[in-house]
Design a protein around this ligand. Structure first.
Ligand code: HAM
Length: 421
């Protein structure tokens, strides 16, 4: 029986890879403009890292981790997000000692045991950024601007950014108490998860997507009103920085996010055309996380884009440019002559393919179907004369040129077509 891929884990086929590469290349370009460097960490970590880093009250840790015991009896987990792994690597290799401000990005697969649906998968990919060592509101504003630039450079439509401040532990403690009191009166209308969260993590109830919970939190106290002076000023300056950068945003006091490490600024970016899973990116500040993971107390802020959602929005990207198809028909001498030409074309930077086992007609058909703009035709006559026939596939005009001029002639056919395109 045929073996299929695991549910929620997708193959990315050549036609789709073009869009993935466009997204990756655009992201790398933008990160370069902002002084970010790439960091690659393993896809698997000790389970303890995520328990400590993400928080054991979160959906990700409670329900979504791919955790197993390896042959040595150690509990390991496929990374459900990149932040904890990246910070572990930064701490382990003392990168903050080399430079107290670090800006790193990572691109790769993440794993969450979620119910698969459009835009939500069990293996998905993130473009992740972390900016460490600065607590200035300028670094928040600039990080959000970076995320916005990336969405804009990908040409996405209907992009909207929502921002909130979750304050620090001090201001949150007062807010939590008031919120708990408010929720107690509405406990009957909360979903099962929220009834449980209500005591330990009442903030999560605020952004629960279950309709009865949404109704229950209407009119709930607003965290912004509980912010201490420092957090209030920080938030004000973040928003003022976004204005200075010209980044459009909306304030959303219910934006809590599903991971427990956030402090102060949180944000999310949505785009049109995705249905219910419309968040293309999310992130925020985490001033206690590096300390929690055993590193030096260091503030940080970051975000991650979900690549599947970006790829869905962008759709098809034109195929890689083709160059010259070499069609050869004849004995071994003809083939050797054609192989020499293939090698010379590629050495000259022209993408080239051949398929000498097929009939002349089949080779020409393949050249046409694959969208090759130029064709080099070689038979016994060409070999005898020391020539190559070069055909412009768009105009169908063809010319026999000396072998030594073949590369230049192919290049001129390609550049003439490139100019017309
Ligand atoms: P997150 O909101 O859990 O944040 O994920 C970020 C983005 O990843 C989401 O907005 C979404 O586009 C995508 N995503 C999440 N889960 C799935 C899924 N199951 N299938 C497809 N796409 C998905 C984080 O992961 C944080 N680590 C972001 C961060 C970095 N905060 C600070 N630094």
């Amino acid at each position: 029986m045929e073996i299929k891929a695991i549910r929620g884990m997708n193959d990315i086929l050549p036609k789709e890879v073009r869009t993935w590469r466009f997204v990756e290349e655009t992201a790398r370009k933008i990160f370069g403009l902002y002084g970010f460097e790439e960091l690659r960490s393993p896809v698997m970590e000790k389970t303890e890292l995520f328990l400590r880093g993400i928080g054991d009250e979160t959906d990700v840790v409670e329900k979504q981790m791919y955790t197993f015991t390896d042959k040595g009896g150690e509990s390991l987990t496929l990374r459900p997000e990149a932040t904890a792994s990246v910070l572990r690597a930064v701490i382990e290799h003392g990168l903050l000692g080399e430079d107290p401000v670090r800006k790193v990005y990572s691109i790769g697969p993440m794993f969450r045991y979620e119910r698969p649906q459009k835009g939500r998968y069990r293996q998905f990919h993130q473009i992740n950024a972390e900016r460490l060592g600065e607590d200035s509101p300028f670094s928040d504003a600039e990080t959000l601007k970076l995320a916005y630039d990336l969405a804009a450079s990908l040409g996405l439509e209907g992009v909207a950014m929502e921002v909130n401040s979750l304050g620090c532990e001090d201001c949150r403690a007062a807010f939590k108490k008031t919120l708990e009191g408010f929720l107690e009166g509405r406990a009957g209308s909360l979903c099962e998860d929220c009834s449980r969260r209500m005591r330990k993590n009442p903030l999560r109830v605020l952004d629960c997507k279950v309709p009865s919970c949404k109704e229950a939190v209407a009119g709930a106290p607003v965290l912004e009103e509980f912010l201490c002076d420092d957090c209030r000023e920080h938030y004000r300056q973040v928003l003022s920085g976004l204005d200075a950068f010209g980044v459009p945003y909306g304030k959303n006091p219910l934006l809590v996010r599903g991971l427990d490490y956030y402090t102060r600024t949180t944000f999310e970016i949505t785009a049109q055309g995705l249905g219910s899973q419309n968040a293309i990116a999310g992130g925020g500040r985490y001033d206690n996380l590096i300390g929690t993971l055993g590193g030096p107390e260091t503030p940080g802020i970051g975000f991650a884009f979900g690549m599947e959602r970006l790829v869905m929005l962008i759709g098809a990207v034109p195929a890689q440019e083709r160059g010259c198809f070499v069609v050869a028909q004849g004995d071994e001498d003809v083939r050797r002559y054609a192989m020499g030409l293939l090698a010379e074309l590629r050495a000259g930077g022209v993408p080239a393919e051949g398929a000498f086992d097929k009939s002349f007609k089949a080779q020409m058909r393949r050249a046409g179907r694959s969208g090759y703009p130029a064709c080099a035709i070689i038979g016994g006559d060409e070999v005898k004369e020391g020539a190559v026939t070069v055909k412009d596939m768009r105009t169908s005009s063809q010319d026999r040129v000396p072998r030594a001029d073949a590369l230049a002639r192919v290049q001129s056919v390609l550049s003439a077509q490139g100019e017309e395109a």
